[in-house]
Design a protein around this ligand. Structure first.
Ligand SMILES: [Zn+2]
Length: 214
């Protein structure tokens, strides 16, 4: 038996698949009429992979402990304690915060100019232009690019290191030219950022942060 709980989702499909959410819920998808035995066998076959992902997620969950409640925030990728205050201010060692609802506006106020200068710089280097740029509180993604080339960033990206800003900015700028994740898209990424896959891996560690609703 697998030593973790999992949810089985039956659907009109032919194959089995398993996914682990960033808060460690294991979801197995299978054909409508799959037997209990075949589901158990599939889970057992995948258990080493599931264990590994669950362990990685647990490490991430402890890294982000206290962030959902705004006891800590990330600044430049560093976890800083938050002190409730009558002002919003970011220092080298802590963040002063009026109330939990002002996290988004504070981060945008502090970092918007710097972030937009990264967008401009990447735009100039690549020749790829967006129609406009805005921020919102996405649940699972770092950014998106609409067909009319409006780029929207997850404001929580502003908590991360500049090298990860550059990665997400370039990713979305490349979507102004290629609207999918095809080989053409990745060759464009590689052309302007040869180390993009390292940065993508570094960003992956913050997936849980992207999903936090703060
Ligand atoms: Zn994309």
């Amino acid at each position: 038996m697998a030593d973790f709980a999992y949810k089985v989702v039956r659907a009109r499909r032919r194959s089995f698949s398993v996914s682990v959410t960033c808060d460690n819920r294991v979801i197995v998808r299978c054909p409508m009429r799959a037997s209990e035995k075949s589901v158990t066998e599939f889970v057992l076959k995948k258990s080493a992979w599931i264990d590994r992902v669950v362990r990685e997620n647990s490490a991430a969950l402890s890294l982000f402990e206290g962030v959902a409640e705004c006891r800590y925030l990330f600044v430049g990728g560093r976890k800083l304690p938050v002190l409730m205050s009558n002002k919003n201010l970011i220092t080298d060692t802590c963040v002063y915060l009026k109330d939990n609802r002002s996290v988004k506006s504070m981060l945008i106020k502090c970092f918007k100019d710097e972030f937009l200068s990264v967008v401009d710089k990447m735009s100039n280097v690549t020749g790829l232009k967006s129609e406009s740029v805005c921020f919102r509180n996405y649940r699972s993604r770092w950014g998106s690019c609409s067909l009319d080339r409006v780029i929207t960033f997850n404001y929580k990206l502003l908590m991360l290191d500049k090298s990860l800003w550059e990665y997400v900015v370039l990713h979305e700028l490349c979507h102004t030219a290629v609207f999918n994740h095809s080989a053409k898209f990745y060759s464009l990424m590689r052309r302007f950022m040869p180390d993009f896959s390292e940065r993508r891996a570094a960003l992956k560690k913050y997936a849980y942060l992207a999903s936090l609703q703060i």
